[in-house]
Write a new protein. Structure first.
Lengths: 991, 433
């Protein structure tokens, strides 16, 4: 039925009320057209094209003419709008209007009573249920009059709605909020855009993807597959891919939802030549420079958090400074986006109540957001995004007659929105003909005189009646130009007078009939003395101070990013990590981010001199196995996920970066977890606190991938329902590898042959391993599986670069040495699983003595910041020398990561990633005093003390501001604390 | 040739003992004198070039080696080395679990909310390989504590060289453990709640439940005690001071409420366990003479805004106000990490405490809090000869290398399942050369 109506839409160019070829069975068939002329109005044809005292002429649903010399046809109904203004009505591009958002089903994959679902539920569609581009929301759409009313009251005339479910969601529906017509008219475009997100569909329990990086990889693969499908290379039918190809030329709107995800979405788009329009999160101001470089147009929510209720100090202590700051800073987002010339439209998305839209917008104006820009963001920008500049968003000839009539300047606090016309059809928001009655009056009633004072704007009026200095209880109701006032006697509350009056536009005085408690009627009148006094605004006690943004914008962030320095360490003990060993009383010069000189009596005029007497200088610690600074760790939706990459999900705002710097760490490899035999691609980062995720990543380095063996990949500890994914045994693990490498080999052959092939990211990545362009770091515990993987590698002619954890490495150290594998192990962890019952703290020293390159890793945010101590344990367990021990966390992991030519030792020409310690760095008493990355001091104990003081001060001033906010009667929210997730190898989260 | 024979013999010996536990040492019969070491007494003092003598399991002399006194029994020349009282680990679940991921090996969490009558001691596995592994680091005594529920049960204190739990016990049922409700509660997204931490609206209700349980117990104990009620019977020691009440709580509000609660209930001996924010109300703790068993210093700060070194300096913040502090082991992988206890104390020394004061956290303070200071916790005449010799500073992993260790004067083995594997594979590779 809906489809038929839709068809009509394209055929019909008729007026709103006539459906030309429809039969009429309930009366005679009439054809009606309507013409209105709105005269003497200030007309905003567009936000910047303004006509004073102009006329807007509309016929049926369209603008016929606009200007100062408009010829008004005789049949036009003339509406005089003297003193009033007309604006194009608003457009919201990201709505779920008329389409219910399905409720999220229980997706927690562990401890559930049913087995997880790995395969798709549908047939004839894409292999992944969360890809639903074929969704056509017309079948779900039901015009919602109640919501339409709310939107109309907020000034909206058109919304672009879609089914907010899944990763690729199908097309949007452009709907005019016209309650007076049928869908046949108000659906302006049934294929207005295609929507995407990172979020899975609630319609399927299919596990993949269960991470952000998985969603990203999946979208990429869909594009690969769609392109292959479009060439007719598929043997099967795939309605999803057909829909993707069909929707290709639509505007692509991506729900990213926040500063880091905005960049992630844009990155995917760039890779496939698509410029998404991005739904942001309201926190773009925190990394505005990066946001700017996307060149995307944004859709920005106007959702500002309430102040936190900080009246109980113990609860208030839990709120992070970063969150409190957001309350203070968020309203500046729009201003900053505009200042930075980023194109954006506004949306009501995320608002609990649409009525908050204008309230929040007012707050943004207080923060300096430009009102013209606001109007553009609500009219011309969204119209342009949809390519419908000539139809909506302005009042040029030919446009839909979607406009607002206001009492004055649109975003002025005092302005009343009277009417919101959609498709030439009127919707009253506030009656235009209501006379404002606020003012002070001399009331005479039953021969007595009172002072009557009415304040506010209808319909929210306040009244006060005084008999001399005595205040009388009174209530006022005013609507449709009828006033009724109830006045109680001060002495006797059962004595009251009911006053009623019809208010006339041409008189300021009020008069009518009064009825007393006995039913006696009399006349009353009130003579206006003066207009309501413009109440002096309560001097805002705390003029909101906008706190400076820091990098990152949480506690211990830098107000100004630290710069590269020229530094000369004098008279320090240098742990070179090279053949020179440990040099006492030595100078080290840092210039241009590099170690430029090591020796005695170095002088450098321009250098900042740091006295290293009694102190130790070392290379920065390198952690081969970490999960800090990431928002995801495992994609466990399949047994192989080589296609996902940790590089996609680096989180530069993780406080752990700062804490690790304070432990002397400068480089970490962020590995995928161990939920599957073939995990994802690794990210190698330097801990440059305050930089963006992209700037943390190493450039031009050899790439790595995580593999995993043992209990985690066979899901041994995942609960009784997790028994359906292959492999469930170590035997199966081997077969997974053989199968995938065999296929990757065959894929590689086809690819190199030049024949057409389906681009498969997973196979490409595995192919890189075979071609020695990518290297494996494999989570491993027991000797059998370690041996097995080396044999698989031998069979496919590559080397396993690193066994990570490798707790039984000591049992096969000779074989590892022969194969050429390195080891990155825990110092002393054991007994947490059955497979580590034979783990011993002597492991590192045995492997080292057997000639294996050994590193000590953390896999743990806590241990990561004390790796110096973990290295020192090898002195206790196994008797390594101090020099040997130190290499386990510096040059050795650098070797395993193929970055030993850049970092890992104190050597002339290497990156100045160095740490100054107050003590022997292996001592339990050692503290890192300064940590440098490429010559930039990212951690410094003295500056840390200043930052602590700043955190404290800023918390106090924000708490104070919030107390004032609460005291002023504003809504506040309960304190809340982000629960930090400290990732380990086996952390599996539904995201 | 001869060397090979020795290897073979050794190998034979190793293969025999590879899966067995270390055999507990028998009662001290021969006397010992340790001479020349730096003796760290555990009470804040140390003696350089010391002499320590013990006989029949008890320390008979602690003083300078310069003192002219006859050495007794075997004389161990320990010059250049260090002697310490055996380290004591509080709030530990050692022996109540072997392998974290294998449910069959876990005995720390009983079900039921209020189960003071459940006793950890009888489940304590004296032959645990994990227990064995903590001894070579100097950790010789532990408070074995049940976990879970609101009142988790009753703990006991054991020494780590025993045939069975009866032999191991050095103080039976020292106290009851109560997990205080939290002012803040964690959202459980899998139950449809919002993620993150929110004020706990049920807090008062949860506290009331505890109050009424303890009050009812008290009433029961003050009357006929009939019909018999096992949980209430177990509470008896709380009111006469023979048992500690260990309240596991972290926030200021929770700790303050727990202090008031124990006063109102007439519980004389309260110990705060975990107590992350206890330093904020150190004065209140001192005023009420309440000690704190803090968490390991090797952990992350709880809040994003905390100083990076807050966990490292918590001991100092409390100690400088006069609170008696020990270190406990509740949390992730607590059992296998127990051997790092000395290094937790070492870190406290790196961040504010003197080394001797840091040592007190795992010796005299722990013994005071646990109520075993009459016979252990320091190197003092008359106390148990539970002590060890380390080649160097035992709070530093580089130098924590034990040469000898004694529990009640019994010279214990410092070998473990792990040292045996080490030796086995070390031999394998050296014979390949």
């Amino acid at each position: 039925m809906k489809k038929i109506l839709l068809l009509l839409l394209f055929l019909s160019t008729l007026g709103i009320n006539a459906q030309e070829y429809f039969p009429a069975n309930t009366g005679v068939k009439t054809t009606e057209t309507t013409t209105y002329a709105f005269t003497n109005a200030k007309i905003y044809v567009t936000p910047t094209q303004v006509i004073e005292k102009g006329t807007l002429l509309i016929k049926d649903d369209k603008v016929v003419d606009v200007g100062t010399a408009v010829a008004i046809p005789k049949n036009a109904q003339i509406i005089d709008l003297k003193g009033k203004s007309i604006y194009p009505s608003f457009i919201d591009l990201y709505a779920n209007f008329g389409i219910e958002i399905p409720k999220a089903v229980q997706t927690n994959m562990r401890n559930s009573s049913t087995a997880p679902q790995y395969d798709a539920s549908r047939e004839g569609y894409y292999w992944n249920d969360h890809i639903r581009p074929e969704t056509d929301p017309i079948s779900l759409f039901q015009f919602d009059k109640k919501q339409a009313k709310e939107l109309l009251n907020a000034g909206f005339g058109v919304v672009n709605t879609h089914f907010q479910d899944g990763i690729i969601r199908g097309n949007g529906l452009l709907v005019a909020l016209n309650p007076n017509a049928t869908d046949a008219y108000r659906i302006l475009d049934s294929r207005s855009a295609q929507y995407l997100s990172f979020k899975k569909s609630t319609k399927s329990r299919q596990i993949y993807p269960n991470s952000l990086m998985g969603s990203m990889a999946l979208i990429r693969q869909v594009y690969n597959d769609a392109s292959w499908y479009s060439k007719g290379l598929a043997k099967n039918k795939d309605l999803s891919l057909e829909a993707i190809n069909k929707n290709k030329n639509l505007v692509q709107i991506f729900e990213a939802g926040g500063k880091q995800n905005n960049l992630r979405a844009d990155k995917i788009g760039d890779e496939y030549g698509i410029q998404y329009v991005i739904l942001g999160g309201g926190d773009e101001y925190e990394n505005i420079e990066a946001i700017k470089t996307t060149n995307a147009t944004y859709i920005i929510p106007v959702n500002f958090r309430k102040a936190y209720d900080v009246s109980e100090p113990y609860l208030a202590d839990k709120i992070a400074l970063g969150d409190m700051r957001k309350w203070n800073q968020e309203p500046a987002n729009l201003k900053l986006l505009h200042q930075n010339k980023i194109a954006f439209s506004l949306t009501t998305n995320q608002l609990k109540s649409i009525s908050d839209f204008n309230k929040n917008l007012q707050k943004a104006f207080e923060y300096g957001f430009d009102k013209t820009a606001a109007l553009e963001a609500l009219t011309t920008v969204p119209a342009t995004i949809l390519g419908k500049y000539n139809e909506i968003g302005s009042l040029r000839k030919g446009s839909y007659a979607n406009f607002l009539i206001t009492s004055g300047a649109l975003f002025d606090k005092e302005t009343t929105l009277f009417e919101n016309w959609v498709q030439g059809s009127k919707n009253v928001v506030n009656s235009m003909n209501i006379k404002e009655i606020s003012g002070d009056y001399a009331l005479s009633l039953n021969g007595k005189n009172y002072d009557l004072s009415i304040t506010g704007k209808s319909p929210k009026l306040k009244v006060e009646v005084k008999d001399g200095d005595t205040k009388l209880k009174s209530k006022l109701f005013y609507a449709d130009n009828w006033l009724s006032l109830m006045v109680n006697s001060q002495v006797d509350s059962t004595k009251f007078n009911r006053l009623i009056a019809r208010v006339y536009p041409n008189s300021d005085n009020l008069s009518g009939t009064a009825t007393d408690e006995k039913g006696m009627e009399s006349a009353w009148n009130a003579v206006k003395k003066n207009d309501a006094k413009e109440k002096e605004k309560k001097a805002e006690i705390a003029k909101t101070t906008i706190l400076p943004i820091t990098y990152p914008n949480i506690a211990f962030g830098f107000t100004e990013k630290p710069k590269q320095e020229t530094i000369l360490f004098k008279n320090v003990t240098v742990w070179t990590g090279e053949n020179d060993g440990i040099l006492k009383n030595t100078d080290v010069l840092i210039t241009g981010g590099k170690i430029s000189k090591i020796g005695a009596n170095i002088s450098a005029k321009e250098a900042k001199i740091i006295d290293g007497t009694g102190k130790h200088l070392t290379a920065g610690i390198i952690d081969e196995h970490s999960h800090i600074a990431t928002v995801a760790v495992n994609e466990s939706g399949q047994n192989s996920t080589a296609e996902v990459s940790l590089e996609d999900v680096v989180d530069a705002d993780d406080i752990q970066i700062y804490r690790s710097l304070a432990g002397g760490v400068t480089t970490v490899q962020i590995l995928h977890g161990s939920a599957n035999p073939i995990g994802g691609q690794a990210a190698l980062v330097k801990l440059k606190w305050g930089e963006t995720a992209d700037n943390l990543l190493y450039k031009n380095n050899d790439k790595f991938i995580k593999f995993a063996l043992g209990e985690n990949v066979k899901q041994a500890n995942w609960g009784n329902t997790e028994t359906v994914r292959f492999p469930q045994t170590r035997m199966g693990v081997e077969e997974v590898y053989v199968d995938y490498f065999q296929r990757a080999k065959e894929y590689d052959i086809i690819k190199k042959s030049g024949k057409p092939f389906r681009k498969d990211t997973e196979m490409e990545i595995l192919g890189q391993i075979l071609n020695k362009e990518r290297f494996i770091s494999c989570h491993s515990y027991v000797q059998s599986e370690i041996n097995m993987l080396m044999k698989v590698a031998d069979k496919f002619n590559f080397t396993v670069n690193t066994f990570t954890h490798i707790l039984e490495g000591y049992k096969v150290a000779d074989k590892m040495k022969e194969h050429g594998a390195g080891a990155s192990t825990f110092s002393d962890w054991w007994a947490f699983k059955y497979e580590v019952k034979d783990a011993i703290p002597y492991n590192a020293s045995i492997m080292h003595k057997a000639g294996v390159t050994v590193a000590i890793n953390s896999d743990d945010a806590e241990m990561n910041r004390r790796l110096n101590q973990e290295a020192a344990k090898t002195i206790k367990y196994g008797g390594l020398t101090e020099e040997e021990a130190w290499k386990l966390v510096t040059i050795n992991p650098a070797k395993l990561l193929h970055i030993d030519n850049r970092v890992g030792s104190v050597k002339v020409g290497k990156d100045a990633d160095v740490v100054l310690w107050n003590n022997n760095p292996l001592s339990i008493y050692a503290k890192a005093e300064k940590t440098l990355v490429e010559g930039v001091v990212y951690f410094d104990t003295e500056r840390d003390l200043q930052l602590r003081a700043q955190v404290k001060d800023e918390r106090n001033s924000l708490i104070n501001m919030m107390l004032i906010e609460k005291n002023n009667g504003n809504d506040v929210q309960a304190p809340t604390k982000k629960t930090p997730v400290h990732f380990h190898c086996d952390t599996v989260l539904e995201f | 040739m001869r060397k090979q024979t020795i290897y073979n013999l050794l190998f034979l010996f190793l293969t025999i003992t590879i899966s067995a536990q270390q055999t507990p040492a028998s009662k001290q019969t021969a006397d010992y004198s340790i001479e020349g070491a730096t003796a760290h007494l555990g009470n804040g003092e140390f003696i350089e070039n010391s002499l320590i003598m013990f006989s029949n399991g008890k320390i008979t002399f602690v003083g300078s080696a310069l003192v002219k006194i006859a050495r007794i029994g075997t004389v161990i020349n320990a010059s250049g080395k260090h002697v310490y009282p055996g380290f004591i680990i509080a709030n530990s679940s050692l022996g109540l679990g072997e392998i974290d991921a294998v449910r069959a090996t876990l005995d720390a969490n009983e079900i039921g909310g209020m189960i003071p009558h459940v006793q950890s001691l009888i489940a304590y596995n004296a032959e645990s390989k994990v227990v064995e592994s903590v001894r070579p680091n100097g950790v010789l005594i532990g408070q074995i504590t049940p976990r879970g529920g609101v009142i988790s049960g009753t703990s006991s204190i054991v020494q780590f060289d025993a045939w069975n739990w009866e032999d191991a016990a050095i103080k039976v049922n020292d106290g009851i453990h109560l997990n205080w409700p939290q002012n803040f509660s964690e959202g459980r997204p899998w139950r449809g709640e919002e993620a993150g931490t929110k004020p706990n609206k049920e807090y008062l209700k949860e506290v009331e439940k505890i109050v009424s349980f303890i009050q009812n117990g008290k009433n029961y104990l003050n009357t006929s005690k009939s019909p018999k009620n096992l949980p209430y019977d177990a509470l008896e020691g709380l009111f006469n001071g023979s048992k500690n009440l260990y309240v596991h709580a972290s926030g200021v509000k929770e700790i303050t409420d727990a202090i008031n609660f124990s006063k109102e209930m007439g519980i004389p001996k309260l110990v705060i366990v975990n107590g992350n924010d206890a330093y904020k109300i150190a004065d209140l703790l001192v005023e009420n003479n309440i000690p704190v068993i803090i968490q390991r210093s090797h952990r992350l700060p709880n809040n994003e805004d905390d100083d990076y070194d807050l966990p490292y300096k918590t001991a100092k913040l409390l100690a400088e106000k006069g609170v008696v502090v020990a270190i406990g082991m509740e949390g992730n992988m607590e059992r296998m990490n127990s051997r790092n206890l000395p290094f937790y104390a070492g870190t406290c020394a790196a961040f504010g405490l003197s080394k001797e004061d840091a040592l007190k956290l795992i010796t005299s303070n722990a013994s005071k809090i646990l109520g075993i200071d009459a016979f252990t916790g320091t190197l003092e005449v008359g106390k148990d000869a539970t002590l060890f010799i380390s080649e160097g500073d035992a709070l530093d992993m580089r130098t924590n290398k034990l040469t000898d260790a004694f529990i009640q004067g019994r010279k214990i083995s410092l070998e473990t399942h792990q040292t045996e594997l080490w030796q086995r594979y070390d031999k394998k590779y050296s014979s390949q050369e």
